[in-house]
Ligand binder design. Structure first.
Ligand code: CUA
Length: 155
């Protein structure tokens, strides 16, 4: 079989680049311990309702004046369904799922997460604009996916 000279060069170049890129990812992941920022905390997805703080989802105020918001995603709701957040608050969201993979997206904020059963995902946002915000499930999770949302009021 004949392979054209330039084609051989490109195959060689592509193979070398593949090895280089995989090596860089490997070094970053294992030597430098660089991993995706999410999903660092594990939870038993069958016991979410009994596991604090997810047994009582909602807002908690921290001593420094910021907030933590704990959410449970399940087909096809978020708990809590509605949350009031004081204007100007920094809120760190912690989300887990008790069944399948969901999404957790709040338009016009930095919050855009996947919610994977067995893991707690988290992200922070400071709410400097008053108004009504929607939390939207943006991972297809079943027949009622399009109805899966919750509300946040910032006043
Ligand atoms: Cu939950 Cu889509």
């Amino acid at each position: 079989m004949h392979i054209h000279k330039y084609e051989r060069w490109w195959i060689g170049f592509g193979t070398i680049m593949l090895i280089v890129f995989l090596a860089i990812i490997g070094v970053a992941a294992f030597a430098d311990n660089i991993n995706p920022p999410s999903g660092m905390q594990q939870i038993d997805p069958t016991k979410v309702a009994q596991t604090p703080p997810f047994d009582k989802p909602g807002l908690r105020k921290l001593p420094d004046g910021s907030y933590e918001a704990y959410y449970v995603a399940q087909v096809f709701t978020f708990s809590p369904a509605r949350l009031d957040i004081p204007l100007g608050s920094k809120v760190t969201f912690y989300v887990t799922s008790s069944d399948v993979v969901h999404g957790f997206f709040i338009p016009y904020t930095d919050i855009n997460m996947m919610v994977i059963p067995g893991w707690v995902n988290s992200a922070s946002h400071t709410f400097n604009k008053p108004g009504d915000y929607l939390i939207i499930c943006h991972e297809y999770c079943g027949i009622g996916h399009q109805n899966m949302f919750a509300k946040i009021e910032v006043r």
